[in-house]
Structures are given as structure tokens and as C-alpha cells.
Design a protein around this ligand. Structure first.
Ligand code: DX5
Ligand code: ZN
Length: 220
């Protein structure tokens, strides 16, 4: 079994010193940059847009894992790719024609991800499992960092593992929201491949060490 990946969320970085926090991630054991784009419509918050993402991409030496919390993501896939995305994750709840959207992401040469809100069952992905590279299971309601982890997430991970087993064995399961050193082991044990973490990394006294601890957490 290969080691899980760590994707620090730039949303929790110090935006006034973004370059410094990008260097922290570059020089750490982190695997990806998690980039949260919000539109104030799909979620009740606005983070930053593609110009800021382009600035991040200019200095990041690791893949950008972009989480689009926006309605009608099809309109922005091309600029997202052109702004430096390696992975593009859209929300299940925002896509009327999810199969088409996933094909469009792959057409651009990006890995295609689907994010599920806490109320959305993993079983809804059954008929598109082979079209997906990554499923982002939201373990908080999207829109804000620093929220409390939802415990039901463990069961969703196990259910998705079972659902995808033998159908898409390279599917990556990513967990986003409230991830910290206290729940990391249990998440990995349940079958998580990628841990996104914002506040638990950037509120730590030593973010580099927080990343190292998350990366080196063994399953329970
Ligand atoms: C929430 C975002 C998350 C957020 C996670 O809507 O999708 O990526 O940055 O932040 P924490 O780790 O603080 O819950
Ligand atoms: Zn996110």
C-alpha cells in the first residue's frame, strides 16, 4: 500500500504573505497544493479567483489540486487549466451533466475530481465511477475553513471504497474539512488516499512539522 498524500489548503495561508506560505508548502513533505475557489453562490463565501491562482502556480513546485465551489463550473474549466491546475474537482451538486463535465476536464489533460457535500451519498457516483480520478468527500459544509469535522465521513469513505473496488481501483479518495492529527489515522485506516488540511497546518506553531506529522501518520 502506498502512502497517503497531503494537500495543504492555501485558503488557510496568510494572504498578505502568500509567497512565504507557498515556500513552506514547497519545502515540506506536502504532495499537492489544495486551491479553493468559491463564487459566493454555490457556497456562502468568496475566496479568491484565477488571477490569484496564477500567482500561486508561478511559485508552486507541486501540483495544484483545485476545488471549484462554484455553480456552472463548465464555464471556467479552460481558464482553470490555463491558470495551472493539475486536478480539477467540481461539485456533484453543481453539475447537471456531470458525465459531460468530467469528460471536458479530461479533454483538457487534467485529472477529474468530484466533490460531495456532507448530505450527498457516495452511491450517487455509481454510474460515473470509471470516469472519475478523484472523489473529494467533504467532511464539513464547504465554504469556510476551521470548521468541525463531521464523523459520518468515516462510513462514507468505507462505502466508497467498497463501491469502487474492482470498478476503479486507482480512484483517489480525498477528505476535505476539519482534518487534523487527531483524526488522520482513522481516515487513512478507513481508506482515505489524500488528506486536505488548512487550519490544522497554518494555525500550528510549526506548519512544516504539522505537514510532516500528517504525512507520517500510520493507519490505526
Ligand atoms: C472548505 C474548503 C477546505 C478548507 C479546509 O470549504 O474546501 O479546503 O480550506 O479547511 P480546514 O482544514 O480548516 O477545515
Ligand atoms: Zn477544499
Amino acid at each position: 500500500t502506498t502512502k497517503h498524500l497531503i494537500a495543504p489548503s492555501v485558503l488557510a495561508a496568510n494572504f498578505a504573505k502568500l509567497y512565504d506560505d507557498i515556500q513552506v508548502i514547497n519545502q515540506s513533505e506536502a504532495d499537492w497544493f489544495h486551491v479553493d475557489i468559491m463564487d459566493g453562490v454555490f457556497v456562502p463565501n468568496i475566496s479568491f479567483g484565477f488571477p490569484v491562482m496564477q500567482a500561486i502556480a508561478k511559485h508552486a513546485v507541486k501540483p495544484l489540486d483545485v476545488h471549484l465551489m462554484i455553480v456552472d463550473p463548465d464555464r471556467y474549466l479552460k481558464i482553470c487549466k490555463d491558470s495551472g491546475a493539475s486536478n480539477i474537482t467540481v461539485h456533484y451538486e453543481a453539475c447537471t451533466h456531470l458525465h459531460r463535465t468530467l469528460a471536458a476536464i479530461k479533454e483538457l489533460g487534467c485529472k477529474a475530481g468530484v466533490a460531495l457535500n456532507p448530505h450527498t451519498p457516495v452511491s450517487l457516483l455509481k454510474d460515473v465511477l470509471t470516469d472519475i480520478d478523484l472523489v473529494c468527500i467533504m467532511s464539513v459544509n464547504p465554504g469556510f475553513g476551521g470548521q468541525k469535522f463531521i464523523e459520518q465521513t468515516y462510513a462514507k469513505i468505507q462505502e466508497l471504497r467498497a463501491l469502487s473496488s474492482g470498478v476503479n481501483d486507482s480512484l483517489l479518495i480525498e477528505i476535505d474539512g476539519g482534518v487534523d492529527i487527531r483524526n488522520a489515522a482513522k481516515l487513512i485506516e478507513a481508506g482515505a488516499d489524500v488528506l486536505v488540511a488548512g487550519s490544522s497546518i497554518f494555525s500550528a506553531e510549526d506548519p512544516t512539522d504539522a505537514i510532516r506529522q500528517l504525512k507520517n501518520t500510520p493507519p490505526l
